[in-house]
Structure formats: C-alpha cells, structure tokens
Design a protein around this ligand. Structure first.
Ligand SMILES: *Cc1c(COP(=O)(O)O)cnc(C)c1O
Length: 355
C-alpha cells in the first residue's frame, strides 16, 4: 500500500504520472530509447518542452497576453537572484513573510536598495502583514504567495502600479487567482508540479531589458526566451514529469476544479484542528491559513509519542513540522487525495478517544 504522503517537498505526484514517467524512462514514445538518453534537440523532446510551456500558460490563463514560460534550473533559490539581476535597477520592495522571503531579500540586496515593506517576524511569521505601503519608485514588489514552512498564504494581493513578482513555489496551480496581475511568477517544480530539478518562470516579456547592468547569459531571462528555454541542456526528466502533471491537471478540469478539492481537504483538516481539544493551529488568523501546508501543534506535548506512532501506523509519511516551527505540518498538494486527509483526521480523532 502506498503511503499517505504529506511531505512538504519534494512532493506527492499523481500515480498515473508516476506510471507514465517510469515507462518513458524505459521506452519513450515507442522510440526504443529512454527519454533521458535522447537529444533534447530531437523533435520528441522539443514537443515535450513546447507542450509543458504552453500548458503552463494555458492553465494559468496567460496565453496571448505577452507572457513567456521558461523551465530553468537552479531551483526557486536561483530565482531569488535572477529576479533582482534582471529587474532591480535602483530599489525593490519585499514583503517578509518567512524563511523563503528572507532568502529572496538577501540576494536582492546585492543589486540595489531594498525596502522591506512589512514583516511578520515579530510573531515567528504566523500571519500575513496587510497594512503596508509599496513605495511608488520601486522597480518591483516581491511577495511569497504561500509560506511553505509556516503555513500561511496570501489571499489578497495588492492593487498597485508597481510590477508584481511572486514566488509561487508551493501553491502554483492550486487555486484560481487572476495571474495576469503578476509580471513575473516563479516556482520550483518539486512542491506542486514535478520532481526537483526544474523551475517554472512565467515572465511578461515587456518588463525585461530595462536594467543597465550586463547580465550573464545563464541568468538572463531574455536569453532563455530567445532560445525557447533551451539555451543549454534542459532538465529533461523533471520537465517531462511536470508536463505530465499539467496534462493530468488539465484533464481533471484545470485549476478551478483542483481548487474545489483542495478547499475540501483544507476544510476537513482545519475543522479537526479547531474542534479537537488535543490540537491547535499555528497560524494566528484563520484568514491567513494555507490550504497547501497546514501547521499545527499538540496542546499536550506528552502525547507526542502516542500521536507519532498512530500516524506512522496508519501509513502516513512526512508529517513532522519544519525545525523552525516545530509541531506538525500536513502538506496537501494537488495530488494528495481527500481520502489521505481523512486518514489523518481519523488518527487525530483516535488520539482524542484514547487519551
Ligand atoms: C521550497 C521553496 C523554495 C526553494 O526552492 P528550491 O527549488 O529548493 O530552491 C523557495 N520558495 C518557496 C516558497 C518554497 O516553498
């Protein structure tokens, strides 16, 4: 029996995707060759790349709106740097909502003035600051839509004339928002889309070419756009698996359909966290709770061993919280089923009955 995989990342992927991916390793497109041993310039792989890029834009509703989709390497962590390299001339504004935002800020500081418009550090990032002002001379405003570690999620994006850049690593393709309000979106594949090794970047082409510095080729979005995301050998396997996941999502009915399922999963778990006296949620304001990563604690730490044994016996994997938060974190990415969440909720109820 496959485990109920609540891992925060690398994440659970649909079973049908795993099946197709493993077949492609042995024999891709009936070529009698493996996907990972053919030229990335062959028609068979070029089709994969095009399909993956088109599906990304299509699912986000960004086709024919001046956006380009790229599958790059270096993870979201390299995007912390690339964003600033390509867009920061004088000043950039950042919202500090946790570990990943801090890492993005650290890189951007190398390129210009950095304004932290607000921070939730005062309460170990258990909320999303909301009453901030974006300086109108900022080259862009950067935020993290979902804070994977702390379990908070942005539900209101600012209306602003400043360019919006968003790290959506852990909630891209999970909920319907107006993606055209962003000028640049990036996401490491391994949270909600595919295996580690590729990063999706969606960029409005017209915002590029405005900084005065020289940009090294590998870090230059325009170079990657001009080469259709094949400036160097792309991460063929992670891109192929991402494409399969995006096809799976499209067949399911797209983002609006997966959002309904994600909402059900989150409601099921948060209801248990709120009603079971043995648990309490980490996030201060319910409005800021993440539907992807639910963080919670036991109200009585003496029950830890008992609870840990119960969920492990139930076939649950990956429930321990990040070391900076402690407690538990249930990551409920797109491919996790409602049934798996029910198994976790049943274990929480069982603990209440037994203690
Ligand atoms: C995991 C994560 C990152 C880092 O991604 P890498 O691909 O490991 O560099 C960045 N931002 C967010 C929100 C994440 O969840």
């Amino acid at each position: 029996m496959k485990k109920h995989n609540f891992s925060a990342g690398p994440c659970i992927l649909p079973k049908s995707v795993m099946q197709k991916a493993s077949e492609a390793i042995l024999n891709f497109n009936d070529l009698n060759l493996s996907l990972i041993e053919i030229s990335h310039r062959s028609k068979d792989f070029v089709d994969v790349m095009e399909n993956a890029r088109n599906l990304s834009l299509e699912l986000l509703g960004l086709q024919n709106k001046g956006y380009k989709a790229l599958f790059l390497q270096g993870g979201a962590s390299l995007e912390f740097l690339m964003v600033a390299y390509n867009l920061l001339e004088k000043k950039a504004a950042y919202l500090n909502t946790g570990t990943w935002a801090n890492k993005a800020i650290k890189e951007a500081k190398m390129f210009g003035d950095l304004v932290e418009v607000d921070s939730s550090k005062d309460n170990n990032y258990n909320y999303i600051p909301k009453n901030y002002t974006i300086p109108n001379d900022a080259d862009y405003f950067h935020l993290t839509s979902n804070n994977t570690i702390f379990g908070t999620q942005v539900n209101h994006f600012p209306k602003t004339d400043t360019k919006l850049v968003c790290d959506m690593s852990s909630d891209i393709f999970s909920r319907q928002i107006d993606f055209s309000q962003f000028d640049l979106i990036y996401a490491g594949a391994q949270k909600n889309m595919g295996p580690a090794g590729t990063t999706l970047v969606i960029v409005k082409e017209e915002i590029l070419g405005k900084v005065s510095r020289n940009i090294p080729s590998m870090l230059d979005y325009q170079v990657h756009i001009n080469k259709d995301s094949m400036f160097n050998t792309p991460a063929v396997f992670p891109i192929y698996v991402s494409m399969l996941t995006l096809e799976w999502l499209k067949d399911l009915g797209g983002i609006s359909e997966i959002e309904k399922i994600n909402t059900k999963k989150a409601e099921l778990l948060y209801t248990e966290i709120d009603t079971n006296p043995l648990f309490k949620g980490f996030v201060a304001d319910k409005e800021d709770r993440s539907k992807m990563n639910a963080t919670f604690n036991l109200t009585n730490d003496n029950l830890k061993d008992q609870f840990d044994n119960l969920w492990k016996d139930a076939g649950i994997n990956g429930l321990n919280g990040h070391r900076s938060v402690g407690g538990y974190r249930a990551s409920m990415y797109n491919a996790l089923s409602l049934e798996s969440v029910q198994v976790l909720v049943d274990v929480m109820k069982e603990l209440e009955r037994k203690s």
